[in-house]
Design a protein around this ligand. Structure first.
Ligand code: GS8
Length: 248
């Protein structure tokens, strides 16, 4: 039995897993989960992830959730295929990878996530962006990026001179962040900017980012299957969900 990923093509956490699979050049089946229809809160999906969230990975009898745990599993299991994302050959290097994997999860993500939500998602679902949340998060993100700038002036990537999971985990949220009015936070820091340009031009990410439609709430894009929808189909699909508060 092969690998199966449950998710949505534009989801930040699901794309983290997809990028990893493409970095490894692995074949997998992608199973769209109808988040808009609440499929993730129904018993069949809750059996896979009791928290009712995407992504989920199935590998034979093994079922995993939490995107970063999934990428860790892929990097371990397929360590000899494609890029070694954890530096398995050297215990010290692997430890440093894990440090920067934690930094993304504990410092970077909590700062960047609210900005992406307030700037890109809230306005599209009829909510007013909360500028206070944005400003507080920008300050936090700026502080984290100052640390990154210093780090990346010494090493090409966060965990050393090789691209690893530590870098990969940043791709999805930073991609959307670069569509907000605050992209200068990255662009004004030369080493962070060079790092971003490098990691975001890797073929695995370019492939996944084609389906990362940040304006998915209003574009002619089928959020479930990733294909095209006519304007009318899309309107009919979203209208009831917006009016009953299902989105957001
Ligand atoms: C977060 C998963 C998550 O927020 C991970 O896998 O890294 N820490 C977890 N998934 C979101 C989609 S993210 O694009 C989700 O499933 N949201 C629906 C919900 O929470 O109801």
């Amino acid at each position: 039995m092969g690998l199966k990923v449950y998710g949505l093509p534009m989801s930040t956490c699901a794309t983290r897993v997809l990028i990893c699979l493409h970095e490894k050049g692995l074949e997998f089946e992608f199973v769209p989960v109808n988040l808009f229809g609440g499929e993730h809160k129904q018993p069949p999906f809750l059996e896979k992830n009791p928290f009712g969230q995407i992504p989920v990975l199935e590998d034979g009898d093994l079922t995993l959730f939490e995107s970063r745990a999934i990428t860790g599993y892929i990097a371990d299991k397929f360590k000899d295929t494609g890029c070694d994302l954890i530096r398995h050959g050297d215990c010290n290097e692997a430890a440093v990878v894990r440090v920067w994997v934690e930094v993304e999860a504990q410092q970077y993500n909590p700062a960047i996530q609210p900005i992406v939500y307030q700037c890109l998602v809230a306005p599209l679902i009829g909510k007013t962006s909360d500028q206070k949340i944005i400003d507080e998060s920008l300050e936090k993100l700026g502080n984290v990026l100052d640390v990154y700038e210093a780090r990346l002036s010494k090493t090409k990537y966060l965990a050393g001179d090789h691209f690893t999971l530590a870098d990969l985990h940043h791709l999805s949220y930073t991609f959307y962040f670069m569509k907000t009015p605050y992209a200068s936070l990255i662009e004004s820091r030369p080493h962070v900017k060079a790092w971003w340009e490098d990691i975001s031009s890797r073929p695995a990410f370019v492939k996944v980012s084609v389906n990362m439609k940040y304006d998915f709430y209003r574009c002619e894009f089928d959020p479930v299957n990733g294909g095209e929808m006519s304007q009318l189909e899309y309107h009919n699909f979203l209208k009831p969900k917006l009016s009953n508060g299902e989105l957001g």
